[in-house]
Design a protein around this ligand. Structure first.
Ligand SMILES: [Zn+2]
Length: 210
């Protein structure tokens, strides 16, 4: 029997295994058993996420270099960046909280965004870079732990509380953080992990990505 070039995927809702190799660009694949949306085969599955990830990386760097907010209490000015927030929690005696905040708001987001950039660039330029597969495995594991949106919400709550106690000035880092959260959400909604795996497998078999 002739072997077809299959692209198999598992439904997250009902675990049904199905061949989605016939889904053409611009169409959405739905589960044949339960109807849940499996993925969208985007018309530009590499170029669009790559552009958004580049923007995410720039926003991430700015958010970590420039202060998120500046506080003025009784004439004393204090500026805080994302990384300094973790440091302050640590020296104030909350090492566990500092570790959780540092990992979920700085380490994991940075790792995932720059790793995805690496993966997308290797696919875009059709290069077999060594770390691509390993990074894709780790990114798949760590993505649920990226909580920049929760962090942004916590900052907004803190600002509302602090406004009555101190003069609060939002910094460039805050604007960059908002930009990062928005562009990160767009990037995640446009990236289909199983399509990345399919493209890497094609590359391993000596075929072109596209
Ligand atoms: Zn299903």
């Amino acid at each position: 029997m002739e072997e077809k070039n299959q692209l198999l995927t598992v439904c997250r809702a009902c675990d049904a295994l199905q061949d989605v190799s016939h889904i053409t660009k611009g169409n959405i694949a739905s589960c044949i058993c339960c109807g849940v949306r499996l993925f969208k085969h985007s018309k530009s599955p590499i170029e669009f996420p790559l552009a958004i990830l580049l923007a995410c990386a720039i926003f991430f760097v700015i958010a970590n270099i420039y202060p998120v907010m500046q506080l003025n209490i009784a004439g004393i000015d204090r500026e805080t960046t994302l990384i300094e927030t973790t440091h302050i929690l640590f020296i104030e005696g909350s090492p566990i909280l500092a570790t959780i905040v540092g990992l979920s708001s700085v380490v994991f987001p940075g790792f995932c965004v720059f790793s995805l950039l690496y993966i997308f660039l290797s696919i875009y330029f059709n290069k077999k870079w060594h770390l691509t597969r390993a990074l894709l495995i780790w990114v798949s594991r760590l993505l649920p732990w990226v909580m920049m949106d929760v962090y942004l919400l916590a900052i907004l709550v803190a600002i509302v509380k602090l406004v009555s106690l101190a003069n609060v000035v939002l910094g460039i880092g805050f604007s960059a953080l908002v930009g990062f959260v928005i562009f990160y959400a767009i990037a995640m909604s446009s990236i289909e992990m199983h399509m990345l795996w399919a493209r890497l497998d094609k590359s391993n078999n000596g075929e072109q990505y596209e």
